[in-house]
Design a protein around this ligand. Sequence first.
Ligand code: 5AD
Ligand code: SF4
Length: 440
Amino acid sequence: MENNKKVVTLAYGCQMSERDAETLTEITRRLGYLPSDDLETADLVIVNTCCVRESAENKILGKIGELKKLKERNSNVKIAITGCMVQQPDALERLQKRAPHVDMWSGTHNLHDFSALLQRVEQGEKVAEVWQEPKTILEVTPLAEKGKLQANVNIMYGCNNFCSYCIVPHVRGRERSRKPEEILQEIETLVNNGCREVTLLGQNVNSYGKEFSPAYDFADLLQQVDQIAFLIRVRFITSHPKDLSDKLIETVANGEKLCEHFHLPIQSGSNFILECMNRKYTREYYLSRVQKIRELIPNASLTTDIIVGFPGESEKDFEQTLAMMNQAHYSQAFTFMYSKRSGTLAAKMEDQIPLDVKKRRLQKLMSVQNQESLEWRQNMIGKLVEVLVEGPSKTNPQRLSGRTRGNELVVFNGNLETIGSLVNVRINEAGSWTLIGKVE
Ligand code: 5AD
Ligand code: SF4
């Protein structure tokens, strides 16, 4: 169609948010919108938001402000703000006041209703709809763009854990697992469209299927996904340490396509802080899980999330977090300053940590982890690793890049024809963020 409308979808935050943004793009595509990157010529701009930390919210508020100027230049453009930030209790009214130029507000639970809302917006109406509870398990399964090598697949929605700092259970609702048949069907469709790697997404994939009868858990699902023909790799995030079963570790150890990578957020190395965070494990338990992984899968790579400056965190608590880095040997850690989220338990805790202390701790933690990550990469020098070739390297388009099974980024000289397939690369250098190697 020549006179298609154009949609620009911007996603902030985690892979769930990215996945939701893809769903929205697909819903609009079915209504005749072509996906585009160019704001200036867009007919519709969708911003799928995140509210996990204040810094994310500030960035998004800045973008919404920029869109006001866009609307001044082009009064025909429609602006839709969706997702977690809008879903926060009491957020909608505040946001509406702040950004009257926005045409549509919608939360996380009515994502699949987007087309009905959009049609009203197209008639010139301003709409705002946030449901307090999810009414269905979303079964919007967009067909993958042809030729897309990797895809994220939701296996469940929501979270029951209520870690005391976290807004996610407040904006994503309780855990709901999708049926295995639906997930397997979605992955098969993706694979038929050229996808070779899937990442199974859930706030806590380890509690997948808890409500199912007869019993069927995440390890069972992984075993079935592992059987899908032409799929090359299967990844999954996130694993809550308290629910990481031996069965799951064994399944990954025995799997063919199941990548030996565990994202196992520790959040803190102090038992006192872990308890205040309501994480439901101790550092000792966590380390016993790490040991089990290392025992069954010696080459597994482990990544984590850590928060510094949680209310009440003393220097001693922080030192225990630092010590953890040298015990768990993460290949990578995502580190954050605690951010107060209104509506969560931790927001009301006394002894909030001053910003300068949080900053200092974050710097220290990052420098310790950078050293650890570098050592991890240096240990790979000389090894032959299996790389799924993704395409030209972003930093050096003369070279190709791809990832190991452990999710480490590798840059190498290679043949464009290998994109989308596996090559063996001998690692000969550890760069500051990547591995550098040669195809064998
Ligand atoms: N402040 C800082 N970091 C947070 N995270 C979640 N909530 C907060 C918060 N209030 C981090 C956790 C989680 C990751 C996705 O974001 O480390 O694992
Ligand atoms: Fe947030 Fe904890 Fe749930 Fe993860 S497990 S989404 S950190 S409440």
